[in-house]
Design a protein around this ligand. Structure first.
Ligand code: NAD
Ligand code: MG
Length: 355
């Protein structure tokens, strides 16, 4: 049976790999493609650049929406799919982080599937499928540690965007690459995992694992742990989500265990990379704190990439923004957007102070 795919964020790192997966599978049909500003003509029968992408989705009538937009801008796409019960393959973690409770309520009403594309979450989803919640002791998300693993704050004071953009194990869009260097990406993923799997934060741990071969582990109450391993290649989780539950073939080779594979793990350095700690605090406080965390981080990362903010000041901007917001839960989308706008304004004010 053919599955009609709408690909939003088609020109990005995830989007381009998704096109490759769709082209390799005759049963997947790309019915719509969209981007924020780069042309997408000819990629699908229906295309759109910018604007309200939910109109495109209405016309496309997809069976599955792959949300590969970067940032809070992906929220309408996430909510559209969840509200209608259309399967959502979610790469856009920022929308679930910012709107967790609203998104889960929409999924409850819509009744569709939420299939994570983030590699750690795809792994965690696969490890937990069919297991009793009570049998799970904890979930472990792995982090590569980024290009600055092992460095001290002093050594990070004047790193440039170019240095921060050189990720050791994953090739990704610029925003998530900076998030990986600050560990904000793992902070966002911690909150993402909380909403995806309904686990309290104390049952979700982050460990640094430099080779990114183990994507996640689940520890069970009987002392057993299951791990998900594979070469770091986003085509695997993209394909898993788009062809679920069939686990279609991909061009990625099976793991070679005899070629010097090393599996090392260490605790993250929360003093040098405070954005991971701040995410856990924001998540535990709940309400719109995760939304504010995400918004301030987006503002700060854009400023860093622009050369207007120092690397270490990204965390300062987020911390100061979180200290200034009210954080009350949002009753609806309008209130959530208000929280996002307010956090961006506060973060923008901090930028002026830091400049
Ligand atoms: P990217 O910057 O390479 O691509 C972003 C895409 O979003 C582009 O197609 C862009 O045109 C589109 N876009 C931006 N603003 C938009 C808007 N307002 N409306 C519609 N489209 C818009 O980013 P990426 O690395 O592909 O990441 C996309 C998402 O996937 C992010 O949320 C990221 O955290 C997540 N993710 C990425 C990877 C990866 O390997 N790249 C891995 C895990 C998760
Ligand atoms: Mg990830």
């Amino acid at each position: 049976m053919s599955r009609k795919v709408a690909l939003i964020g088609a020109t990005g790192s995830i989007g381009r790999q998704a096109v490759e997966i769709v082209e390799a599978h005759p049963e997947l049909e790309l019915v719509a493609a969209a981007s924020g500003s780069t042309p997408v003509d000819g990629l699908a029968p229906l295309t759109q650049v910018g604007g309200d992408l939910t109109e495109l989705l209405e016309r496309a009538e997809p069976n599955v929406v792959l949300n590969a937009v970067v940032g809070f801008a992906g929220l309408p796409v996430t909510l559209w799919a969840l509200e209608r019960g259309v399967d959502l393959a979610l790469a856009n973690k920022e929308s679930l982080v910012a709107a967790g409770a609203l998104a889960l309520a929409a999924r409850e009403r819509g009744g569709g599937r939420l299939l994570p594309v983030d590699s750690e979450h795809s792994a965690a989803f696969q490890l937990q499928e069919g297991r009793e919640r009570d049998s799970i002791h904890s979930l472990v998300l792995t982090a590569s540690g980024g290009p600055f693993r092992g460095r001290t704050c002093d050594e990070l004071a004047d790193v440039t965007p170019e240095e921060a953009l050189a990720h050791p194990t994953w090739s990704m869009g610029p925003k998530i690459t900076i998030d990986s260097a600050t560990l904000a990406n793992k902070g966002l993923e911690l909150i993402e995992a909380h909403f995806l799997f309904g686990l309290p934060y104390r049952q979700i741990e982050v460990v640094v694992h430099p080779t990114s071969v183990v994507h996640a582990l689940v520890r069970f109450r009987d002392g057993a742990s299951l791990a998900h391993l594979g070469y770091p290649d986003m085509r695997v989780p993209i394909s898993y989500a788009l062809t679920y539950p069939n686990r279609a073939a991909t061009p990625v080779p099976p793991l070679d265990l005899t070629s010097g594979l090393t599996l090392e793990f260490e605790a993250p350095d929360l003093d040098t990379f405070p954005l991971l700690r701040l995410a856990r605090e924001a998540g535990e406080r709940g309400g719109t704190y995760p939304c504010a965390y995400n918004a301030a981080n987006e503002v700060a990362v854009a400023a860093f990439l622009d050369g207007r903010l120092a690397f270490l000041a990204i965390a300062d901007v987020v911390e100061e923004t979180l200290a200034a917001v009210g954080g009350e839960a949002a009753a609806d989308l309008a209130e959530l957007v208000e929280s996002d706008v307010e956090a961006r304004r506060l973060a923008g004010d901090r930028l002026k102070v830091s400049a």
